[in-house]
Design a protein around this ligand. Structure first.
Ligand code: ATP
Ligand code: MG
Length: 458
């Protein structure tokens, strides 16, 4: 046996792994240089203690020494065993270390235990793991940012397209209104002359009719009168002229409304009569209201003019009034109240409808871009978002109060003299994407946009 031990010693002496040979009581019979370094003891100290019969766990205790001694297990099983990542505290500086421990039975109760120091490897691995985790997180964050930006871009693009559409529509309407203006003015301006000329001609006919006509002329005259149904023709021509006049009047006022509505201010602020603007808008949405929705107005006398981007402000009330008209199923009412607040420094417009109202979880969302409860194709969900963005750009606020079954009430407050941002309207309000509506019960507090139901028609 001694010969085997001698051979083992020779092999272990130069090993970089620390190694010991233990007897059946786990006393150290032999240790190599690497083990002495690991023990933190001087050469003589260690050799004296070994000579005195010291146990391995007294010199260099591993976390498994107490109840899972690997050498004991290898001896009992009579085969080599190995365990990775065993913790131990280094003698001397008390530093925590990690080892791969192996045990090989030698016979006669003896066992070799080797300890490979993998502390540095484990540290590197851990650091690598942390780095990789950080990198993964970074990548996730980056991807999230890209998703967010893409979303924002998509929204901004949709809004620009919508805006472009609105202003093209505005230009188109303005062009049509301009083209219609001349011919309709021609009709409107001349119909009265036509009426007068016809009355003159009728007087002439009556004069001839009342004159002494030669017999054959009288006969021809009367027969002609009968043939053309003279009395009916006179009566009907007057009616026709009145109808032409009424029609031309109505067309002229529609053209005027279209001109007012499509007024593109080119970013210039101008003085606008809010009540007149709302009246124009009501005229334009008349087909939506017809014989179904009664509009009641209450307007404070001598309202100040609002300095604003008139085209955009018209769009604000167009959106709110259209929503109200669309919300009312069957018959109902829309109340429009316009007054001033804060010593005439701001104009308040309250639009109340008798529709079905808006549930609380929906109310939080109504001015989110693309939020709509309407069917795909029926609503883009941009209406109130654009509305609120324009109002914000004008330094104003919008508030919505509603109870299910009791209609909805939108209150818009606009300062008479808006900030410079009003020129650009929605485009000067980059935060518009986060636009949200002032909740009914939180006056002055901007509500969050979380957790409502509804579609997003993108
Ligand atoms: N007066 C109202 N009564 C009930 N619900 C309303 C009213 N006004 C707005 N809403 C709700 O708010 C949602 C968002 O309105 P918004 O004007 O932004 O979009 P939309 O009307 O759905 O679509 P678009 O305006 O593009 O046609 C509507 O789908 C509707 O659910
Ligand atoms: Mg709408």
């Amino acid at each position: 046996m001694n010969a085997v031990l001698e051979q083992v010693k020779q092999v272990l002496e130069g090993s970089v792994d620390a190694a010991v040979v233990l007897d059946a009581e786990r006393r150290i019979l032999y240790y190599n240089r690497a083990y002495q370094v690991l023990s933190g003891l001087r050469g003589r100290q260690l050799s004296q203690r070994v000579k005195a019969g010291v146990h391995c766990f007294e010199i260099f205790p591993l976390e498994i020494c107490d109840n899972q001694c690997l050498g004991c297990k290898a001896r009992d099983a009579d085969r080599a065993l190995r365990v990775d990542e065993i913790k131990a505290t280094r003698g001397g500086d008390g530093e925590e270390m990690t080892f791969i421990v192996a045990a090989v039975p030698l016979g006669n109760g003896m066992v070799i235990e080797t300890y490979r120091d993998v502390t540095a490897d484990v540290r590197i691995q851990r650091r690598l793991k942390v780095l990789l985790e950080g990198e993964r997180r970074q990548k996730e964050l980056l991807e999230e940012k890209v998703r967010e930006r893409t979303n924002e871009l998509r929204q901004a693009q949709a809004v620009l397209v919508h805006h472009e559409k609105m202003s093209s529509l505005g230009r188109l309407v303005a062009g049509i209104a301009h083209e219609l203006n001349n011919p309709i003015n021609f009709v409107y301006g001349n119909v009265d002359f036509l009426g007068e000329y016809m009355e003159d001609l009728l007087r002439l006919v009556r004069l001839i009719d009342g004159s002494d006509l030669p017999g054959d002329v009288r006969t021809k005259f009367d027969s002609m009168k009968e043939q053309i149904e003279y009395d009916f023709l006179v009566e009907d021509s007057r009616k026709l002229i009145r109808s032409i006049r009424a029609g031309a009047e109505r067309t002229a006022s529609i053209v005027q409304d279209l001109k007012t509505f499509s007024r593109t201010s080119g970013g210039e602020l101008q003085e606008a009569d809010i009540a007149a603007g709302i009246e124009t808008t009501l005229n334009l949405i008349a087909p939506l209201l017809k014989n179904r929705v009664e509009v009641r107005r209450s307007i404070e006398p001598s309202m100040p003019k609002l300095v604003c981007n008139a085209g955009h402000i018209n769009q604000v009330f167009m959106n709110i009034l259209t929503n109200a008209a669309q919300a009312i199923e069957g018959e109902g009412t829309i109340d429009v109240r316009i007054d001033t607040i804060d010593k005439h420094s701001a104009i308040r417009v309250v639009i109340t409808d008798s529709g079905p109202g808006i549930p609380p979880d929906v109310i939080e969302k109504i001015s989110d871009p693309f939020f709509t409860t309407k069917d795909v194709g029926e609503g883009t969900g941009l209406g109130l978002w654009i509305t609120e963005s324009i109002i914000r750009a004008h330094g104003g606020t919008m508030k919505c109060e509603s109870e299910i079954g009791r209609g909805a009430e939108f209150t818009v407050i606009l300062p008479v003299n808006p900030p410079e941002t009003a020129r650009g309207g929605i485009l000067s309000d980059p935060k518009a994407a986060q636009a949200s509506i002032l909740r009914a019960d939180t006056d002055g507090v901007v509500a969050s946009n979380q957790g409502a139901q509804g579609n997003k028609n993108v």
